[in-house]
Design a protein. Structure first.
Length: 517
């Protein structure tokens, strides 16, 4: 499963298409451009094992950078374009990226970071000509050959995921030193578990800086499928693309389902969705009422998977879910182990009892949190790895999630970590103490809530709440800014300073069956 093989078999087939426009790349064009990018990386001094960062809107060049990096034996790190310059700088510095690829809308934050990191070469799509140290993407590629590298090695994504410290953590897999053709990738899982086939037409409605959308969109080329990429998600536009592009397989998050369901009946009936045989969803737990409504509308074509970049996963079909509402399925892949261990003792619990969910490491090899051996060690036990989620398994081996060990917030499929927001708020002189956590949100699953104990002399109320939100907006990506802020006279801390955040959080979750919607 390798782009080069597919390009030889189907050179004229469309590999990537931006929505239903004429902006597309054939397999032969993607093969040639990604080879040029691979040579360009070598010319810039990048070597196997180095990191290439990509901070782009959804565009064809994203695929060129992805495949050029992956066939060069390097790590590819995607950067969320919502992040502020300081957050971008941290990822570039922590990953030791040698190159960062940006576009017109993302260049400013990345280039501000690069001015403080002279070892990072900035390459910009659409620049037109070189400007100082910034290289133009098209010009850089034009000077390189279309032939493959003399030695191609399998690279890998190194996605960043925040941890308990609030700082992003690079999730790094070991490289094999083998040819890309010989290394199972996400394309293998797409074939073995999801049934993507040569000739399929895959719709990606999500930002490519997220791990699953990027892995599926570009993994599709290893199979011989065409990936149709939305620039931004729009519910009716997605339906129109399924119709016009004869989409056969797609991937969604629950928030998208909710927006699709809100369309009126006439709009829903306007589009022919009969070409689609599979709608995959993940990234956040789906409210049972939403999932049932989607199955009623689209038929039993929904397939849900649960997992994390760090570890294995479960999968459940529509038919299975209808008989076990709320389950996220059983482990995918023959021989994959899943077990539930007691949070304290790390001993196996009885069937039906809650505990930490552990899997065999995904792709049968260890990952590490880059430059964080202590946290890496903390997710492993007896050769198995956990993402920190709490759940239980029924008598037939189906997993149900009931909570998460950390206080991570999942809003619209995006992971948000409270401590970074707390650190931001505590810098404000009107804040004496603060707790941030997720509360129920009908559209996004969870929203960010902050509870603040004001400093002496600060008056709690709407004006202070808005002032604190503006303070966060200047320092954090917009999706991390608390949607609402409440005030408390005293935070629930013990004598040792430990904050019992659950005492605050539980009141907002009253009436909900679980802490995950």
């Amino acid at each position: 499963m390798y782009l080069g093989d597919r390009a030889e078999a189907h050179p004229d087939r469309v590999a990537l298409r931006m929505e239903d426009s004429d902006e597309s790349m054939s397999y032969a064009e993607l093969e040639a451009a990604s080879n040029r990018f691979a040579h360009a990386l070598a010319a810039l001094g990048a070597q196997p094992g180095d990191v290439v960062a990509v901070m782009l809107d959804n565009c064809l060049e994203f695929g060129v950078a992805w495949w050029g990096t992956i066939r060069s034996g390097m790590y590819l790190t995607t950067i969320n374009w919502h992040l502020a310059a300081g957050e971008v700088e941290y990822i570039l510095e922590n990953s030791e990226a040698k190159v960062v690829v940006t576009g017109p809308s993302t260049a400013e934050a990345a280039q501000r970071a690069c001015r403080r990191l002279p070892h990072v070469v900035a390459v910009q799509v659409g620049l037109g000509s070189e400007r100082g140290p910034v290289r133009d993407f098209a010009t850089l590629l034009a000077d390189q050959p279309e032939t493959r590298l003399p030695v191609e090695l399998a690279g890998a994504p190194m996605f960043y995921s925040s941890g308990t410290t609030g700082r992003p953590k690079g999730i790094k897999a070991r490289l094999t030193g083998r040819h890309p053709r010989e290394v199972p990738s996400v394309a293998y899982w797409m074939v073995s578990q999801f049934g993507m086939r040569d000739g399929d037409r895959y719709l990606n409605p999500a930002p490519l800086y997220h791990g699953a959308p990027a892995s599926f969109t570009f993994g599709a080329q290893a199979i011989g499928a065409t990936s149709v990429i939305m620039r931004r998600f729009d519910a009716e536009r997605a339906l129109a693309l399924i119709d016009s592009q004869k989409i056969t397989i797609s991937q969604w998050v629950p928030t998208m389902f909710q927006r699709l369901l809100r369309l009126d009946g006439a709009t829903k009936a306007r589009y022919d969705l009969s070409s689609m045989r599979l709608a995959v969803h993940a990234a956040a737990p789906c409210p049972p009422s939403v999932k049932k409504a989607m199955i009623d509308w689209w038929g039993p074509i929904l397939l849900e998977y649960y997992g994390a970049t760090e570890c294995g996963a479960t999968v459940i079909t529509s038919e299975e879910w209808l008989s076990r509402p709320g389950s996220v399925g059983r482990p995918w892949g023959a021989g994959t182990r899943m077990t539930i261990l007691d949070v304290q003792s790390r001993e196996p619990v009885d069937q039906g009892a809650e505990g930490l969910v552990y899997f065999d490491p995904l792709d049968a090899h260890r990952i590490e949190y880059y430059k964080d051996p202590e946290r890496t060690a903390g997710i492993y036990h007896d050769g198995m790895v956990t993402a920190g989620d709490i759940g239980f398994v029924d008598e037939d081996g189906y997993l149900y999630l009931t909570d998460r060990l950390s206080n991570m917030i999942i809003s619209g499929g995006v992971n948000i970590y409270p401590q970074e927001i707390e650190h931001c708020l505590i810098e404000h002189p009107a804040v004496l103490d603060v707790a941030v956590f997720g509360i129920p949100d009908e559209e996004f699953g969870e929203q960010v809530k902050a509870v603040v104990q004001p400093a002496p002399g600060a008056a709690p109320g709407p004006e202070l709440a808005e002032e604190l939100r503006q303070h966060c907006r200047r320092r954090l990506a917009h999706f991390k800014v608390p949607r609402t802020i409440d005030f408390a006279e005293q935070m629930p801390r013990d004598d040792n300073g430990k904050l019992y955040k659950r005492r605050l959080r539980d009141a907002y979750w009253e009436g909900h069956q679980t802490s995950i919607i």
